[in-house]
Design a protein around this ligand. Structure first.
Ligand SMILES: NC(=O)c1ccc[n+]([C@@H]2O[C@H](COP(=O)([O-])OP(=O)(O)OC[C@H]3O[C@@H](n4cnc5c(N)ncnc54)[C@H](OP(=O)(O)O)[C@@H]3O)[C@@H](O)[C@H]2O)c1
Length: 293
């Protein structure tokens, strides 16, 4: 079978999350094709027993293979207000698959202050990055009305912690009004995405996160504590504006407390890491639980 022939599961963007999804799918007997950009990523996809196809979604795409399940996990194009990568992929699909999942971000909600945020909250993107996400969500929902959109906050896990920043004593913004952040362990994200890809759930939009939003400082302080090193120094907004990039400041300007109640109720998914502290301990050990990559 060639890389281009049809698959039961097609993963567009088979990166850190995608390769974990590929491993889960392979373990259940699926024939998986993972689309990536680089040869290095293609080798990683093959290492979990899936086929790999290298494409650059920033250029025109020929016809993609048919599939039963489509999981889309590529960030939007780098500029503009529309996601041209998504447009090219949807135009290249020969048919709408039975199951479609899009991994989006909770950034579409914009700044919500101290509010708890569930899926009934309207998207209110404040950056062009978030507007492209909203556009991607709209494109895939228009193409497949049954597409499930997962709104995902910061993804962490083994190899995805700000260890170097903490060791270098880099400062973090002191908690101010708002300042709420949310996370999801990468293995839980893969678990939730695979669940909604295999059982069509009741709703088409879900927050896919752990159950423990925290003030920003707490995450860094907990990581430093677990690394047995000093907590990062805290700086105020004036100093942050001088030291941090515009992109980093745009993330810091937003605050949300995400609720995962809908996803847990509809799918019965049980989080391996409902609390980031346990997830940090496991990530620092490079420990991976469950049937994952
Ligand atoms: N980082 C976070 O905390 C966070 C939070 C919320 C949502 N998200 C979103 O969640 C999704 C999964 O995140 P992740 O960390 O697992 O992503 P990732 O590891 O960066 O994987 C993204 C995949 O997309 C592929 N890709 C990117 N640009 C491409 C292009 N122009 N043509 C073809 N393939 C392209 C990459 O291929 P190569 O590996 O070959 O480059 C990679 O396989 C992404 O959409 C991400 O933006 C991330």
């Amino acid at each position: 079978m060639t890389a281009e022939s049809g698959a039961s599961t097609l993963i567009i963007g088979c990166g850190d999350t995608g390769v974990r999804l590929a491993a889960r799918a392979v373990a259940t007997g699926e024939d998986v094709l993972g689309v990536v950009r680089s040869a290095e990523s293609a080798a990683r996809v093959r290492s979990v027993g899936a086929r790999a196809l290298c494409l650059d979604l920033d250029a025109e795409v020929g016809t993609l293979p048919a599939c039963r399940r489509l999981l889309y996990s590529v960030p939007p194009s780098r500029d503009g207000d529309t996601d041209e990568r998504m447009r090219r992929v949807l135009a290249a699909m020969p048919a709408v698959p039975a199951h479609v999942v899009y991994i989006s971000t909770s950034g579409v909600y914009g700044d919500c202050g101290d509010d708890w945020v569930d899926e009934s909250r309207a998207a209110a993107p404040t950056t062009s990055r978030a507007r492209r996400r909203v556009n991607a969500e709209q494109q895939i929902a228009a193409w497949a009305s049954h597409a499930v959109i997962l709104r995902v906050p910061g993804i962490y896990g083994p190899g995805r912690l700000p260890i170097d920043r903490v060791l270098a004593g880099e400062p973090v913004l002191a908690d101010t009004a708002g300042g709420w952040t949310n996370r999801v362990h990468i293995d839980d994200l893969a678990g939730m995405a695979w669940r909604v890809a295999t059982e069509q759930p009741r709703h088409t939009i879900y927050n896919a996160c752990d159950g423990t939003p925290t003030r920003r400082e707490a995450y860094y302080d907990t990581l430093a504590e677990l690394m047995a090193t000093s907590a990062p120094p805290k700086i105020d907004w004036a100093e942050a504006r001088e030291r941090f990039s515009a992109v980093r400041l745009s993330f810091l300007a937003e605050s949300r407390r995400l609720s995962n109640a809908r996803l847990l109720a509809d799918t019965g998914y049980r989080l391996v890491f409902p609390d980031y502290r346990d997830g940090l301990v496991a990530s620092l050990r490079g420990d991976v639980r469950g049937p994952v990559y």
